[in-house]
Design a protein around this ligand. Structure first.
Ligand code: FAD
Length: 447
């Protein structure tokens, strides 16, 4: 990779973090070379050569004011996020969540970056690093680059597993056994719900608990840690009879219109594309063998004859011990023109990856323009995430979603949870606006 001039930057990885980083750089006057290995080199999870491909769920999380993911999105909109602009264009109904048609979404991102006069997209694997750059190669960083990174940071990578949820075709569902509703009647009744009584649940739970896993050709010993928020559904089932009923199959906020009662347990299906003909099984990421998935998931009411557009799969995730070498600006401590973002630095989730890409892109643009990189206050969700990945004890460092636990307690304390979170969200946006004004940061032009 050639050395960049002072006004040129390289973004490595055209995923959620890399596309947002490239956009922020380009919109702030920097010429960007965006390196994406696909389609020259594939990953185990991506299926297209589009930038910003969503590999599993089609949801970018809640957009309800007072929720942690919604605050992160509100903050990103203040900067003119390309990822969120593309998500708005690709939006599909999903109650209070921001869910997208994945093909429309990634096509929008690709189109905008291809058309940008300051962005050059280079297809091919990067194996050496030379600045100025944003490193955003994600959880499926190619092996050669992962090896290079291991040498560079002087410590072993940490590995963990994630699993992708199955997608079924709507026409194959027996909708007489399902009902449409969102929890607590929030938003439109866009989820299809498969209710189970106690006997149905017990039969399903036993089948899932005893089903056969795929053989994983991965380094099991070093990778045995699952990210708690993305546990395979069968791992949950093996934790006990009620674990699913308190997890992805919880029936709270739902009433079966045919019985007028709350079911014993529920499988929720969420629309997966604009056409509305594909639905994914919410929270049903799995590493079961494919025939086992078909057998066990056919026990879900309404899914007896389900056709699977995609079965669940198992993948390795790679992330670095970011607190050992990253600043809260997302700059590498020893390399002032290197920045890093996305799942590779231990944030978990599409939105979190894009948000850190945004901050890394913004700050590299500032560094290349002779300005001091901005450190966002930890009272903001993005600032709190950046603080986490740069200051957590590396010995216990694990990937992290946006959540209120990243914040310091609010003073004076507010007892009611909902009010407390709304107060924290208001404070975050006010603090962010102040910082943007003081640092003279304008939003990137809306896409
Ligand atoms: C199987 C699986 C399922 C997941 N499911 C979800 C989910 O449902 N919801 C959710 O929020 N998050 C999910 N995640 C996490 C998800 O990957 C992140 O949320 C998000 O995609 C991370 O964005 P990123 O930009 O860091 O990485 P990516 O979006 O993966 O982008 C990284 C890009 O870098 C490219 N690349 C890698 N190495 C090189 C190289 N050497 N040279 C050039 N390019 C390279 C890759 O091809 C890829 O396009 C899942 C992850 C996996 C692996």
């Amino acid at each position: 990779m050639p050395d960049g001039s002072r006004r040129q930057a390289h973004v490595i990885g055209g995923g959620l973090a890399g596309t947002e980083a490239a956009w922020q750089l380009a919109e702030r006057g920097i010429a960007v070379v965006l390196h994406e290995q696909r389609p020259v080199r594939a990953t185990p999870a991506h299926r297209t050569d589009h930038l910003g491909e969503l590999v599993c769920s089609n949801s970018l999380g809640s957009d309800t004011f007072g929720s942690a993911p919604a605050l992160l999105k509100a903050e990103m909109r203040r900067f003119g996020s390309l990822v969120l602009a593309a998500a708005e264009r690709a939006r599909v109904p999903a109650g209070s969540a921001l869910a997208v048609d994945r093909d429309v979404f990634s096509a929008e991102l690709t189109r905008h970056l291809e058309a940008h006069p300051r962005v050059t997209i280079v297809r091919g694997e990067v194996t050496e690093l030379a600045g100025p750059l944003v490193l955003a190669t994600g959880p499926l960083t190619s092996e050669a680059l992962a090896g290079r990174l291991r040498d560079l940071v002087g410590r072993d990578h940490l590995h963990f597993f994630d699993a992708a949820a199955p997608v079924v075709s709507r026409e194959s569902l027996d909708e007489s056994r399902l009902f449409a509703a969102s929890r607590y009647g929030k938003g439109e009744g866009v989820y299809l719900n498969a209710p189970m009584d106690k006997a149905e649940y017990e039969r399903f739970w036993l089948a899932l608990r005893d089903a056969e896993n795929a053989v994983l050709h991965l380094d099991q010993e070093r990778s045995a840690t699952f990210f708690e928020g993305c546990l395979p559904v069968e791992v949950l089932a093996r934790r006990g009879e009620d674990a699913l009923r308190f997890g992805p199959m919880k029936p709270v906020g739902l009433v079966d219109p045919r019985t007028g009662k709350r079911p014993w347990a529920v499988v929720q299906l969420r629309q997966d594309n604009v056409a509305g003909d594909l639905f994914n099984l919410v929270g049903f990421q799995t590493q079961l063998k494919w025939p086992e998935q078909k057998r066990v998931f056919a026990l879900i009411p309404g899914l007896e004859h389900a056709e699977f557009a995609r079965l669940g799969v198992m993948h390795q995730n790679t992330f670095l011990a970011a607190p050992s070498f990253l600043e809260p600006s997302l700059c590498w401590r020893e390399q002032p023109d290197w920045f890093a973002a996305g799942t590779l630095i231990g944030v978990e989730g599409y939105t979190e990856a894009a948000a850190t890409g945004l901050l890394a892109g913004l700050n590299l643009a500032r560094a290349l323009s002779g300005q001091v990189p901005v450190v966002l206050p930890p009272t903001t969700m993005l600032g709190a995430l950046a603080r986490y990945v740069s200051t957590c004890d590396p010995a216990v460092f694990q990937p992290m979603n946006s959540n209120w636990g990243l914040f310091d307690p609010i003073d004076p304390p507010v007892r009611d949870k909902r009010q407390r979170h709304e107060r924290m969200a208001e404070r975050a946006l006010a603090d962010l606006d102040r910082v943007l004004l003081e640092a003279g940061i304008a939003a990137a032009a809306p896409a």
